[in-house]
Design a protein. Structure first.
Length: 222
């Protein structure tokens, strides 16, 4: 594809097409005093609206040199203690979080023209909690974790196939097999922003900010 064709294609694309996206009204004055109930409500509405994979999110980190990185991961939970996700401590994201334990999350639910952004410090859960989280998931999740060596260089697809097959056999044989590097991470939010798209581009952005007295709220220009 020529560069001009790519530019033409990009200019032809639209977002929030009628029949695909429902632009719902959002009154920030009626939002709850803390962000978690609103997140739970929006997440539930995204599921009910048929948003594919609403539990996937972008995770942004920075390494020891301050170089940013981003990838898609799955949300494992959200409660008063924070938003949780998991990975190997030896992976790129694990090493980055060890060097700079601060991250940002971004959810995008285009069926409702909504985004949620979360930023804050990250801590690693104790090993028993991490292992319990892993073993509560599917056999495939355990097999993937047992395959290990995440982010390391791979010599061939055949090598991956062989390691994965052995991991699947182990996971089926022993559903409680430990994976010492598997780590549950918890992001304690300092800011949580809710973005509601608008057809006239008067998008509503409500940001919650954690203070020593609790949560404060404020609007942001779109």
């Amino acid at each position: 594809m020529a560069q001009e064709d790519l530019h033409d294609m990009l200019r032809s694309l639209r977002v929030w097409s009628p029949g695909v996206t429902e632009l719902r009204p959002f009154d920030p004055d009626k939002a709850p005093p803390t962000p978690l109930p609103l997140f739970t409500s929006w997440f539930t509405q995204a599921v009910e609206a048929g948003q594919p994979e609403p539990h996937t999110m972008s995770l942004a980190t920075a390494d020891a040199e301050g170089r940013p990185d981003v990838r898609i991961v799955m949300l494992h939970g959200a409660d008063a203690d924070g938003w949780t996700f998991a990975s190997h401590a030896t992976s790129r994201k694990g090493r980055a979080l060890a060097a700079r334990p601060y991250a940002a999350l971004a959810f995008y639910w285009p069926v409702l023209a909504r985004q949620v952004r979360v930023r804050g410090p990250v801590t690693a859960a104790p090993s028993p909690q991490s292992q319990a989280d892993l073993h509560a998931r599917s056999t495939g999740a355990l097999a993937a974790a047992l395959t290990g060596r995440q982010s390391e260089e791979l010599s061939s697809v055949a090598e991956l196939r062989e390691a994965s097959q052995a991991a699947w056999e182990q996971a089926r044989r022993n559903p409680a097999a430990p994976c010492p590097t598997w780590t549950l991470y918890r992001l304690r939010p300092e800011t949580v922003e809710f973005f509601q798209g608008d057809a006239e581009r008067r998008h509503v952005r409500l940001e919650y900010r954690r203070t020593e007295f609790g949560w404060s709220r404020g609007l942001l220009w779109p």
